[in-house]
Design a protein. Structure first.
Length: 271
């Protein structure tokens, strides 16, 4: 029987290295995946802090986000959340963004991940970018995509803003019926959120569209809600929106109450 000779040393080394690579490769892949998915607690803490003050102090939220070292955003989740919050902070500080470079990571991530609120906001703020650049049709496409998450959303103020944005586009195209409908929807969601100032503003704007549609009964009903339920809780500046519409409606109908409204307007609203 012929004796088998062992393979040459070189070939044994090659085989050994090949087997070693095969064993190590899955480990390296797992380590890379784990690293890419690991979220730094300090980063998430900073993002939590920015989110917590976003509504009441957007300038503070913006300062927190701009002070964050973005090289620490090692995961897609953290990058997307930063992207969304930063877009939100810029918008709330009246800084118009006309390119999608900031919001894009959030749009791509939340297309497959995240809560209904996050997915809605990602599309909403992408729509805002298009609105700022005057691309109303693209903006509306984003808002319609955002609308599919409304039923599961719990951030009612965000939903209210979505319908306000849709209302504004319909108004640009003089589609007053749809502007009115979405204006009323925005008021409903602002009421759910507990924000009486935004609710009053939305109701007043909707009353304005109702007047333009010669639906004076609807306009009067909406303004009555503001006058009887919300007006006392508003600041002088916030009351101005209501009085602008109420005075215009009274004058158009030649109502005897127009003088009273004008006196109240001059007394309440700063010149």
């Amino acid at each position: 029987m012929e004796k088998l000779s062992p393979p040459p040393l070189g070939s044994r080394i090659v085989v050994s290295l090949t087997m070693h690579r095969k064993a190590v490769l899955p480990i390296l892949i797992c380590l890379m995946f784990f690293t890419s998915c690991t979220v730094d607690p300090e980063v998430m803490s900073a993002l939590d802090a920015a989110e917590s003050v976003m509504e009441d102090s957007p300038e503070t939220a913006l300062s927190i986000l701009e002070g964050l070292d973005r090289s620490l955003l090692v995961s897609r989740e953290a990058t997307a959340r930063y992207s969304l919050l930063y877009s939100q902070a810029l918008d709330k500080n009246w800084i118009d963004v006309t390119t999608d470079s900031i919001i894009r990571p959030a749009v791509e991530y939340y297309a497959r991940h995240g809560s209904a609120d996050e997915r809605l906001k990602a599309q909403y703020y992408l729509g805002c970018v298009y609105m700022n650049s005057g691309e109303f049709e693209k903006a509306m496409e984003c808002y319609v995509r955002a609308e599919q998450y409304v039923e599961e959303a719990v951030d009612y103020q965000a939903v209210g803003r979505l319908y306000s944005a849709k209302r504004n586009i319909y108004s640009e195209y003089y589609d007053l019926e749809r502007a009115y409908d979405d204006g009323v929807k925005s008021a409903i969601y602002y009421e759910k959120s507990g924000d009486e100032a935004l609710q009053a503003k939305a109701l007043s704007r909707s009353a304005e569209y109702a007047m333009l549609l010669d639906r004076y009964h609807d306009a009067d009903s909406l303004l009555s809600i503001v006058e009887n339920q919300l007006l006392d809780s508003l600041s002088a500046e916030q009351k101005g929106v209501y009085y602008d519409v109420a005075v215009y409606m009274a004058a158009k109908q030649k109502s005897p109450g127009v003088r009273r409204l004008l006196r109240e307007y001059c007394h309440v609203v700063p010149s």
